[in-house]
Unconditional design. Sequence first.
Length: 349
Amino acid sequence: MENQNNYSRRRFLSVAALTMAVAELGGLNLLNAQENVKNKYSNNKTHSNTSFDSIKQIHAGVLNMGYAESGPADGEPIILLHGWPYTIHSYANVAALLSEEGYRVIVPHLRGHGSTQFLSAKTPRNGQQSAIAADIIALMDALNIDKAVIGGFDWGARTANIMSALWPERCKAMVSVSGYLIGSQEVNQSPLLPKAELSWWYQFYFATERGRLGYEANRKDFAKLIWQTASPEWKFSDTVFEKSAAELDNADHVAIVIHNYRWRLALAEGEAKYDKYEKMLATFPAITVPSITLEGDANGAPHGNPSNYAAKFKGKYAHYNLSGGIGHNLPQEAPKAFADAIIQAAMMA
């Protein structure tokens, strides 16, 4: 991988010369050196909207997990995690770009999505944050991957945060859209200002039986509405949407989504085996692995101000604001920017 890394370094220095200079000088908090840097690729929204041609299956923890894989088998591993109501297809173009650079790219269907199934009908359909993170550690174990660069947005960003906080030895570096997303049930009991509460309308909808039934009956229409409001300037085609929406037909999808949002508000219990993780996460642990956070200028989903979460990243760190109408589904809307961030994060380690 030495030749590949040298090539990537030369190519990426044009984007992040200042970042790499600071990183090589000793692991400073890079946000202090370049707050609100504009990524030069932020306006490059040209992409082919490709999808993954084949899906592999492997037993990982409590799941028979489906995942896409591309790139050389001996390449440096990259694991990319999707959000809700999105699927692995958010990363089709990112995976292609990284594979061309010699990375081994793995994009799993999270529990309740695509071809991922529970091994036992008796396993609780649990969507709590630490359970999803534990799934990805189990996937790494099943694939004999000791350490990987982890990237994610939405649920995937939270999962990447949790993995980096609880299992830093398994995470070489991390890229997270919208920064630090680890939560706790206790903090979620505190009300927000009305405008902020409005942006979480679906969380309160899902807290009701009417909401569960409504999502069950209208999951594709629901997903399209979220796509439109979370990325108001992204003009996605019906073909692009339907490719992802098909992955929401998983038999456990509704149960996982409903439990995820009810658990956040302490309206549903988690599993005792995850209590130790949730106790640690409730302290909002710092992330020490090399990290890059990204934010689009047209993100219509709830998200924090980068200056408010920068202090949670204690290792080498950079933040980029992307301009050009980039919304919540950043990897699919700006795949080159996301792929370049992954490459930069890998080189920061």
